[in-house]
Design a protein around this ligand. Structure first.
Ligand SMILES: [Zn+2]
Length: 189
């Protein structure tokens, strides 16, 4: 997989796109929240989330709260785990058993059609499959990406600017560390 492939598998991709409705775009470098605008127009919402309609319970403030908590959980903060548990107990979820080939699996599903339910169920299933740990946010630009590396050690959104979403924060961090080392050298001798 190329370095710049950030797409998550299955429903987790919807979760990733949802997390990235808050971002710091490359061009402006200013914190931007696309949610109010997305939620304000059904057409716009459909372009972002074609398979997941927004229900009446999916208010902007509820969505924003969920997104903040998901970002916290992606940064592996303890409070993020508590917040996830809170969503698991308040979102209307149900557990179903499904035979997939020879395997029998438990699948978490939203029991009422809401975007929040869909996202929370997606997170639960990703935790069960182990994929959740590979959904990360860049410590620099905060962009959410899926770590496709074999050992799952990717830290920054990208080392190369692979597309409009790529910012090469890994390379920027390396250059910064190099410059800091050089400056230190310069000041000591
Ligand atoms: Zn980044």
């Amino acid at each position: 997989m190329p370095d710049h492939n950030q797409t998550a598998p299955g429903d987790l991709e919807v979760v990733r796109r949802f997390i990235n409705t808050w971002s710091i775009p490359n061009d402006t470098r200013e914190e931007t929240d696309a949610l109010p605008q997305l939620a304000g127009s059904p057409e716009l919402w459909r372009t972002g989330f074609p398979e997941n309609a927004r229900a009446r319970v999916d208010t902007v403030s509820r969505l924003q709260r969920l997104r903040t908590d998901l970002r916290r959980a992606c940064r592996r903060e303890v409070s993020g785990e508590d917040a996830l548990n809170e969503w698991f107990s308040t979102a209307e979820l149900s557990v179903k058993v499904r035979s997939i080939g020879d395997a029998v699996k438990l699948i978490v599903e939203p029991s009422e059609a809401s975007f929040v339910g869909y996202v929370v169920a997606g997170v639960a299933n990703a935790i069960a499959s182990g994929e959740w740990l590979r959904l990360k946010t860049c410590p620099d630009c905060q962009w959410a990406f899926y770590d496709h590396t074999r050992n799952g050690t990717k830290r920054w959104c990208g080392m190369t600017k692979g597309g409009p979403e790529g910012r090469a924060c890994g390379t920027i961090a390396k250059v910064r560390a190099y410059r800091a080392r050089e400056e230190k050298k310069g000041s000591t001798g």
